[in-house]
Ligand binder design. Structure first.
Ligand code: SAM
Length: 248
């Protein structure tokens, strides 16, 4: 199977030649040293995939030979929102959440987040995470690259709740109380757009859970074990895939 790359343009007309730019051009012509006739899978802005060949390696021009009909996206559009975790855990979460089908990965400062990132640091981190998401989306043959948003304040996250059919809070206290049914029950209702929120290492504060519930979010357990901040989103995405993609 040919390597897959994303290209920032719509699917071309039949036979249309186009030039490849940016990170994709660098990968194809510098890293892969592609020659005329070399073939790659290119994913266009609308998620459509074309098997394309190099027409002229000198000027980076290519053309699509045929469309590849493949959709690897989750049936439910899932956005993962995490309280800023320590160190490079967010890099890990973005890479794995991309492989597991997340449509977007958001981050925000929670009361018990140890790290405090200023606007400049957030901008740098967002650029780095977007590159990680693109690489993971290429490797895992996604139709789309998950979008990355890092908020400066928690209200910037809660203001977006009404963009979703359902907002869930992965809440450790629900797990400790033995709650076991709500997450799968809600998936069975087949929401189109789901936001799932996860706390940082220290967890979700009473002030935050009160605000989330007041804004209409639903607390759910991810099972009896208390998972690390970087494990919980991956477990949740795996459950969504198991319930919606694997045959019963
Ligand atoms: N400090 C918290 C404690 O000891 O109770 C644990 C926080 S946990 C490391 C980080 C986040 O992962 C939690 O805030 C929650 O969002 C999620 N999480 C971990 N295990 C979970 C579970 N079994 N059920 C629901 N959410 C869980």
């Amino acid at each position: 199977m040919a390597n897959q790359y994303f290209i920032d343009r719509d699917f071309p007309a039949a036979g249309e030649e186009f030039s490849v730019e940016g990170q994709t051009r660098h990968h194809i012509f510098k890293v892969m040293r592609a020659k005329n006739g070399a073939e790659f899978e290119l994913v266009f802005n609308d998620g459509r995939i074309g098997l394309a060949e190099v027409v002229n390696a000198e000027n980076g021009s290519m053309r699509v030979l045929k469309e590849i009909h493949r959709n690897t996206e989750l049936p439910i559009e899932v956005t993962i929102a995490v309280g800023f975790p320590k160190g490079d855990k967010l890099d890990f979460i973005v890479e794995k959440a991309t492989e597991l089908g997340a449509a977007a990965v958001w981050g925000a400062p929670f009361d018990w987040s140890v790290v405090k990132w200023n606007a400049e640091k957030l901008a740098k981190k967002r650029d780095k995470l977007s590159k990680i998401a693109q690489g993971a989306a290429e490797q895992s043959k996604r139709n789309f690259i998950p979008s990355i948003e890092l908020f400066g304040k928690l209200p910037e996250l809660t203001e977006k709740f009404d963009e979703f059919d359902k907002v869930l809070i992965a809440y450790e206290e629900s797990a400790k109380k033995g709650e076991t049914t709500r997450f799968v029950q809600i998936l069975a209702e087949q929401p189109k757009k789901l936001l799932i929120i996860f706390g940082p290492e220290g967890g979700i504060s009473p002030r935050e859970i009160y605000k989330f519930l007041e804004d209409g979010a639903v607390p759910v357990s991810l099972g009896p074990r208390i998972l690390r901040a970087e494990t919980a989103p991956l477990y949740a995405l795996s459950v969504v895939s198991a319930v919606t993609e694997l045959e019963k």
